[in-house]
Write a protein that binds this ligand. Structure first.
Ligand SMILES: NC(=O)c1ccc[n+]([C@@H]2O[C@H](COP(=O)([O-])OP(=O)(O)OC[C@H]3O[C@@H](n4cnc5c(N)ncnc54)[C@H](OP(=O)(O)O)[C@@H]3O)[C@@H](O)[C@H]2O)c1
Length: 288
């Protein structure tokens, strides 16, 4: 299958790129890298042009400004990437008849009425969530075959030059004997990045859900608060739990976070025939 992947230099995109390697893959990133074509998503017209040139059968859109603070600090600049480019890519995919798979976030929800089903309407608390919710609408209105995947918080170590993430930071701090603050008021259906990529790849290879659903949650089976995840991580790696300083996040972050974004991911597991690991097993697998 001819597949165009954006965000291939990122955390999930990097793993997806390896998983989709058997396909005729055009992998794009913001910066050049081995096997990566450069695509700057702040240029929506260039993004659409690339789709028309490649004429893929599937577009997997994993490129984004994925952190909350930069979206809060520069909502317009980041919307060019998170909203405008997503809409342009989805419309170009519709033009060439490609299926479009969009990685959005469980943080389109306010976090006050979990667990969220696949089609639950969003009520975002921050700019990043609002951008993703708006982009979901553009994808579904583009007129082509499309699937919106609402991704929950993924964990794992950064690979292939992707920037360090919270697991890398936890491990580095614990190794140095430093205490790490971990929030007790954010619950997420966390899943390993490998399992997330496997679910995306299986969706791409399966087509579109036979029940006609156009939004599916991509989530782990065992919602967990971030501080419990950090404690499980410390335990699995043999570090003292006292290195985890548990606290609430109120007043500590530039943008408020939804409290509980637990997502019901069963439809995607059933359709793709793949059930991700719970976080305890996932953390143990990181040690091996
Ligand atoms: N990881 C999670 O837990 C999680 C949870 C929910 C949803 N998601 C969503 O899943 C998708 C993939 O997430 P991720 O964790 O892999 O994020 P990531 O590591 O930040 O990867 C996103 C990639 O997009 C690239 N990008 C940003 N701006 C760009 C631009 N102007 N032009 C071209 N590329 C640009 C980034 O490049 P730079 O590194 O150069 O900035 C990065 O390589 C995103 O849509 C994210 O919002 C992720």
């Amino acid at each position: 299958m001819r597949v165009l992947l954006t965000g291939a230099g990122g955390f999930i995109g990097g793993v997806l790129r390896r998983r989709l390697d058997g396909h005729e893959l055009t992998a794009t990133g913001r910066r050049p890298g081995p096997g990566l074509s450069v695509l700057d998503l702040s240029d929506a017209a260039a993004a659409a042009r690339l789709v028309r040139e490649c004429r893929p059968q599937a577009v997997v859109h994993a490129g984004a400004v994925s952190k909350i603070e930069p979206c809060e600090a520069d909502p317009e600049g980041t919307a060019a990437v998170n909203v405008a480019a997503t809409g342009a890519l989805a419309r170009a995919a519709a033009e060439v008849g490609a299926r479009f798979y969009f990685l959005t976030t469980g943080q389109v929800h306010a976090g006050d009425s979990p667990p969220y089903v696949d089609d639950a309407p969003g009520a975002p608390l921050h700019a990043y969530g609002r951008q993703k919710a708006q982009a979901e609408g553009l994808v579904l209105d583009a007129g082509g075959p499309a699937l919106v995947l609402r991704v929950s918080l993924c964990y794992g170590f950064a690979q292939d030059g992707a920037p360090p993430n919270f697991c890398d930071e936890l491990r580095a701090a614990f190794r140095a004997g430093r205490t790490v603050r971990a929030f007790s008021d954010q619950r997420r259906s966390m899943l390993s990045v490998d399992d997330a990529a496997e679910l995306v790849a299986r969706a791409v290879e399966s087509g579109l859900p036979p029940d006609g659903r156009r939004r599916l949650n991509l989530a782990g089976p065992e919602p967990v608060v971030r501080s419990d995840f950090a404690l499980a991580f410390a335990e699995a790696f043999g570090f003292p739990p006292a290195l985890v300083s548990v606290s609430g996040s109120r007043g500590m972050l530039a943008a408020p976070r939804p409290a509980d974004c637990s997502l019901d991911g069963r439809r995607l597991w059933d359709w793709t025939g793949f059930r991700p690991k719970g976080y305890r097993a996932g953390v143990r697998a990181l040690v091996e």
